[in-house]
Structure formats: structure tokens, C-alpha cells
Write a protein that binds this ligand. Structure first.
Ligand SMILES: [Zn+2]
Length: 168
């Protein structure tokens, strides 16, 4: 634990059903963000079928800009041993299959795509900051198609093509 700008930061540690596979210093966050993330990650993991015996791995990497400077943001790059941009590619492929007539493709992908499931869990169960005049601070590869900010710019979408960013 260490502090900067007055507020103590804590690492996001493994939970009951999820395991943090990155070094603790990759996600040093405020207690508020820690609590919110822990709650949502646990629910995501449980709903996806993981438990104490079989935890799902999560990888954080440190960010530099904006909320990251004061520990109010975290970036997730990898879930279940697969990078977020690869989960997104699998998702897009399933969507193409569904569009060309394979009606079960998307349902199957909704069950097994941990990247998409993590994004939806963060969107549905988490309460993230929304600075005045700015969108809700949840960005990732699915932001344009799933929200919450469907009008995300090409620039910002590209910047989050390989990770999910949350801030509180
Ligand atoms: Zn970030």
C-alpha cells in the first residue's frame, strides 16, 4: 500500500472465484474503485461458472492518463487466459455467422465469450464515474455496439480495442 495525492491506494487482489494474474502494482486503486471492481468481478466470475476450485484469471496493466494518475481507473487486458482483442475477434466472427444464417452462433458466443461477458457485467452491475459533460467511464472493444456510450469516437474506440477501462 502507498499513497499519492493524499489518498491511499490498494491493489486489486484475487477473489473467491477470480484470480488476479498480474502483479499487484498493475492495479493500484482507491478503496472505492477496489470495492466496486471486486464486487463486479466476483459476480461476473460466479455467473460464468467459476468458483474457488476453478478461478478465472484476470490481467491488469497500469494506465498513465487521466483517472489513472490518482488511482481512480483500472485497465483489464486479459480474461480467462485470452486477450480482450482476441475475445472481440471471436465475437465479431460469431456475429458474422449469425448474420449469414447460423442463428445459434450468437447465443453460443454469449455463453462462452468471457471478454463480452466481463464487459456486460461491468456495464450492468458496476457504477462508474461520469464527470459532468463526459460519458460514463467504461470503455472497451464493445462500447460502440453495447454502450453505454455508443457515440464513442473512432480514436477512443481504437485506444480501447485491446482492454477495458473503468474509472470511479
Ligand atoms: Zn485506462
Amino acid at each position: 500500500m502507498w499513497s499519492a495525492a493524499g489518498e491511499t491506494r490498494v491493489p486489486v487482489l484475487s477473489g473467491r472465484s477470480f484470480r488476479v494474474d498480474s502483479p499487484p502494482e498493475n492495479a493500484l486503486v482507491t478503496q472505492r474503485l477496489h470495492n466496486e471492481l471486486h464486487k463486479v468481478l466476483e459476480r461476473f466470475a460466479t455467473e460464468a461458472g467459476f468458483d474457488e476450485q476453478n478461478k478465472v484469471g484476470i490481467v491488469f496493466r497500469p494506465g498513465i492518463f487521466g483517472h489513472h494518475k490518482v488511482g481512480r481507473a483500472a485497465d483489464i487486458y486479459d480474461v480467462g487466459g485470452v486477450q480482450l482483442d482476441i475475445w472481440k475477434r471471436r465475437w465479431d466472427r460469431a456475429r458474422e455467422c449469425a448474420a449469414s444464417g447460423n442463428s445459434g452462433a450468437l447465443d453460443r458466443e454469449r455463453r462462452r465469450n468471457l471478454g463480452w461477458r466481463l464487459y456486460k457485467a461491468l456495464q450492468n452491475y458496476g457504477r462508474w464515474s461520469q464527470p459532468y459533460g463526459y460519458p460514463i467511464q467504461l470503455f472497451g472493444p464493445w462500447t460502440r455496439s453495447e454502450g453505454p456510450w455508443r457515440f464513442i469516437s473512432d480514436f477512443l474506440l481504437r485506444a480501447h480495442r485491446d482492454h477495458i477501462h473503468v474509472a470511479k
